[in-house]
Design a protein around this ligand. Sequence first.
Ligand SMILES: NC(=O)c1ccc[n+]([C@@H]2O[C@H](COP(=O)([O-])OP(=O)(O)OC[C@H]3O[C@@H](n4cnc5c(N)ncnc54)[C@H](O)[C@@H]3O)[C@@H](O)[C@H]2O)c1
Length: 340
Amino acid sequence: MKIISVESLSTLLQRHGFDNFLKDLMSKMRHDFSHWESFTQMPRPAMHVPGGVLELMPICDNKLYYTFKYVNCHPRNPLAGKQTVVATGQLSEIKTGYPLMFCEMTILTALRTAATSALATGLMARKNAHILALIGTGAQSEFQVRGAQLVRDISQVRYFDIDSKAMDKFRKNMTDKSIELIPCKNAKEATRGADIITVCTACKAHVDVIKNDWIKDGVHINALGGDTIGKTELELSILPRCRVVVEYFDQSFIEGEIQRFSKSEAQKLVHAQLYELINGSKYGRENEEEITLFDSVGIALEDYSALRLVYELSQTFKIGSEQNLTPVLNDPKDLILVLM
Ligand SMILES: NC(=O)c1ccc[n+]([C@@H]2O[C@H](COP(=O)([O-])OP(=O)(O)OC[C@H]3O[C@@H](n4cnc5c(N)ncnc54)[C@H](O)[C@@H]3O)[C@@H](O)[C@H]2O)c1
């Protein structure tokens, strides 16, 4: 079984190129989302524990592969020097049920979340969107900017975080000189004049990180941090003003910004699931004035695409180690022999 550690994934990204990886992931996702009906999927089971949530994200393509990701969200972890979100994942073959790869997925989650936001932004933001407001400059932030740059010509990033150290870290990591970086005193200032607003804050509560008053016509919003029960980032009155797109209604209704509506209200409010924009059956935007919202929670299909891409590239570049996480037996019934 192939093991992809943090170091292996980092080598793989260096060999393949960060942007190439994001672009390939976007095209894998386009393919997989356009085969939406062929997957067996379910809203992820979540276990709420003091200070956070633990989630398992399974999916099966019914032909070749089954994947799952284990992921958490503990917004107060950074106070103890730990990350808010960490993840691991597995890819198994359906034919035998044998696991083929076990993979680090903390970095992979940031990459796939950036690729997903980029897909949505490409389909929903105005073509002439150049100014990106980024609220929350934690672990996901730089990845989000790199994704946005693949679909729009981003010339300015206006950013804010309640933690000034996170803002300093973001500035230090943003080495692309083609982008003007504007540190802002608060979220309101960051959203001023923005064409795209990406919100990726972490707080396990209903927080109005973004206020309705600040949202001008024509803006596209990627809301990433509202992704579990009792955790949202947008003032509720923003939503009825928007063309709302979610990844997977059954999961988003439990976890997304739309969780605060009744099911029938949410069904009326949601314009499309992302796959319907990708397969061209619905439009992400119909005019320059519309306000669009990608209410993202992160779904198993995105991780499936990411794990498949890593599996293929790990074979191309011969990256990762082989470990027996399942016994190798001459006689499949003679399991005890392994211990003798
Ligand atoms: N939708 C998805 O697919 C997806 C994927 C990954 C992570 N997430 C979510 O994205 C969020 C960010 O994840 P991360 O890994 O970057 O976490 P992180 O803890 O590294 O960063 C979050 C940042 O938000 C800041 N913040 C908190 N409240 C704020 C506020 N009111 N205004 C401004 N900044 C504020 C924190 O100081 C921190 O720097 C989390 O809520 C996580 O659950 C969503």
